[in-house]
Design a protein around this ligand. Sequence first.
Ligand SMILES: Nc1nc2c(ncn2[C@@H]2O[C@H](COP(=O)(O)OP(=O)(O)O)[C@@H](O)[C@H]2O)c(=O)[nH]1
Ligand SMILES: [Mg+2]
Length: 281
Amino acid sequence: MCRVVDLRQAVLAKNDVAAQVLRTELTARGTTVVNLLSSPGSGKTALLERELLLARERGVAVAALTADLATENDALRLARSGVPVKQVLTDGLCHLEAAMLGRHLDGWLPEDTRLLFVENVGNLVCPAGYDLGESLRVVLASVTEGEDKPLKYPTAFGLAQLVVVTKTDIARAVEFDEAAFRANVDQVNPGVEVVLTSARAGEGLGVLLDRALAAGAGAVTHTPVMARQQHDHGHEHDHSHGHEHGHGHALDHGHDHDHDHDGDLDHEHPHPHVHTAAQTR
Ligand SMILES: Nc1nc2c(ncn2[C@@H]2O[C@H](COP(=O)(O)OP(=O)(O)O)[C@@H](O)[C@H]2O)c(=O)[nH]1
Ligand SMILES: [Mg+2]
């Protein structure tokens, strides 16, 4: 058991190093990464569709990378915006890792990209421990998921620098209790900003884009208490929430199986903006 914990610690420590390198490289060339985490179906892709269009309207050079276990559906939706989009298929892995992301950006991400939105695999558990070199970590929760989710997924919500509530257009129908949700967020992540959005009704779209740009401009971003504690004491959450990492993927997959197939499907793809790459074991 201790050995498993040690290995997990090593995987996460290695990821942290890779993430820091990636953040430094991307920041130096003026690219800000926004890491979007949520459960499947929260509305990540729907919100991103709107954010990409808004960024284009404002003349911001934006790109999006979306990760899923299977299908190119999300990339096809996002590519309608006309910005560079890449689909990563994770071959069973339930999260992205920094080194993996770095390899997928190589040769694909346009040099002048100012904002890169990364839609992580839909999951509130596995991706939480993996820094992707982002400058802004956003956790989304839709009004249909229940106000208690911040308490049930304290690592995901506790490490967020911005919490986005989605689908507010149907909040009333599902009796979403905003005050209760905010109070629960505050318990696991005191002081983090909570933004209300609706991709359908167009609510709150500019706020997410503004926060992303501000993070890139070096504006002070919220530092969660949990992150500060981890920084001081190592990966404490990995001991206490080790089981949350799910099915041992963090260990089973490691980093070395991660052969990059960028471009393999590019030529066959009917959509010029979509690039698809698979992770193979
Ligand atoms: N009413 C409403 N439905 C939404 C909204 N955003 C997404 N949805 C729906 O929620 C479902 C999941 O959305 P999707 O963007 O695929 O979520 P993802 O899995 O987190 O990327 C789809 O049926 C969307 O049409 C919204 O703002 N309002
Ligand atoms: Mg999606």
